[in-house]
Design a protein around this ligand. Structure first.
Ligand code: NAG
Ligand code: NAG
Length: 377
């Protein structure tokens, strides 16, 4: 169902008017008159299929308490430039074994936001079996932010109960994600691979003020440049990660800043991992002002020896880690955890700045190797 809430022109900003004057790629019949006037409507949808069908005709799309049928994507891809999408009330998804995504958005200068009290409930309990993407039920990924361009934003969403990975940010350029909450705490031990933000092949991405409770990486950057993660709160997961880097189509990570965040009750704090035998590069990464508490495995872990998702213990030099800054990383790990572990191949880690690092409470590793000058375990 689509309701045209206001005739176009009413209350639209100058920017929206300019966007509205662009040629319309498609238009639902019921909006024909509006299109003839080259104006786009504000539309409220209570049905997923209707929203996907008429999306290109609307300047603002309100997704009002939608129950998305099982096995389907709430599809907001290929939106008209400058479209605003607003989640209102509770959005839910039905159960089916499939790989998703539950929601997908793409376009230029797109603004996705949530009204006060919004909730996107992935209904994860129906899928959680402790196996994530490694087996058991096929689980849908949640939120694809792929091919967003221009100056796009995602803000104020409250996401709960993700079946498996939550945000996939891929092939995006110029995206700000602010004040998003991801709460997967209901999954407990049955949650697996519930990454909060996975980023690949993307440029100029800023994630600020994220509040995450999950069971895998809070952030995982596999490739991309110009990426900032700041003001985040992560708990229950695997920490703030770069990698694994190598073995994909895009194996370059550069110009990354991860700052002013806290990580608690997690397997790791700061983590960089690269793939054994692969090629690529990790250059210009800064971790600054990160506070750790109750970390169960490693406070800081940097290793060049991953293979099939596990460390081999033998690092290789094909993905060098250069111009790394580790500054102001403080806090405590569990008594049986390791404070810091660095496993570099000979000559494959260089140009590091290492300052104000105080990770305590755990063991000192005896296996660190090929540390660049300044760094210490
Ligand atoms: C991007 O959008 C934000 C929010 O609408 C605005 O504050 C900012 O100036 C925009 N940036 C550019 C480069 O247009
Ligand atoms: C420490 O973190 C683990 C998860 O890594 C959690 O199970 C445990 O309850 C936490 N301990 C405290 C004292 O919060």
């Amino acid at each position: 169902m689509v309701r045209i809430l206001k005739a176009l022109g009413l209350g639209l900003s100058t920017a929206s008017m300019l966007v509205a004057a662009a040629p319309m790629p498609t238009a639902a019949p019921e909006l024909k008159n509006a299109v003839a006037l080259q104006k786009r409507a504000s539309c409220t949808f209570t049905d997923a299929a209707a929203a996907s069908k008429s999306k290109a005709s609307c300047a603002t799309i309100v997704l009002d308490n939608i129950a998305v049928p099982s096995g389907t994507t709430l599809d907001m891809t290929k939106l008209t430039d400058g479209t605003k999408v607003i989640f209102e009330g509770t959005t839910t998804w039905g159960y089916e074994e499939w790989s998703g995504p539950l929601f997908s958005v793409s376009g230029k200068d797109i603004e996705v936001s949530g009204s006060s009290g919004n909730s996107l409930d992935g209904n994860g309990a129906k899928w959680w079996d402790g196996k994530g993407t490694n087996g058991g039920k096929t689980k849908p990924k949640f939120f694809y932010a792929h091919s967003l361009t221009g100056n796009s934003s995602i803000s104020g969403l409250n996401i709960i109960n993700s079946p498996v990975q939550t945000f996939s940010i891929n092939d995006a350029t110029g995206l700000t994600v602010s004040d998003v909450t991801i709460d997967n705490s209901a999954a407990g031990d049955l949650g697996h691979n519930t990454d909060a933000f996975d980023i690949g092949s993307s440029t100029d991405i800023t994630i600020s003020g994220a509040n995450v409770k999950n069971q895998d990486d809070c952030l995982a950057i596999n490739s991309g440049t110009g990426i900032t993660f700041t003001g985040g709160t992560c708990s229950g997961g695997h920490g703030l990660s770069i990698g694994s880097v190598g073995g994909r189509d895009d194996n370059v990570v550069s110009d990354i800043t991860i700052s002013s965040s806290t990580i608690s009750d997690s397997a790791n704090g700061v983590r960089i991992k690269t793939i054994s035998g692969a090629t690529g590069s990790v250059k210009g990464v800064t971790y600054k002002d990160i506070t750790l508490s109750n970390i169960s495995d490693y406070g800081i872990v940097i290793e060049q020896d991953y293979e099939n998702g596990s460390p081999t213990g033998t690092p290789t030099a094909g993905v060098p880690i250069t111009d790394l800054t580790i500054s102001g990383i403080k806090g405590t790990v569990a008594s049986d955890a390791t404070n810091i572990y660095i496993l570099c191949a000979s000559g494959a880690c260089s140009g590091w700045t290492w300052e104000n690092v105080e990770v305590t409470g755990g063991k000192t590793s005896a296996k660190c190797s090929n540390l660049p000058s300044g760094a210490s375990c």
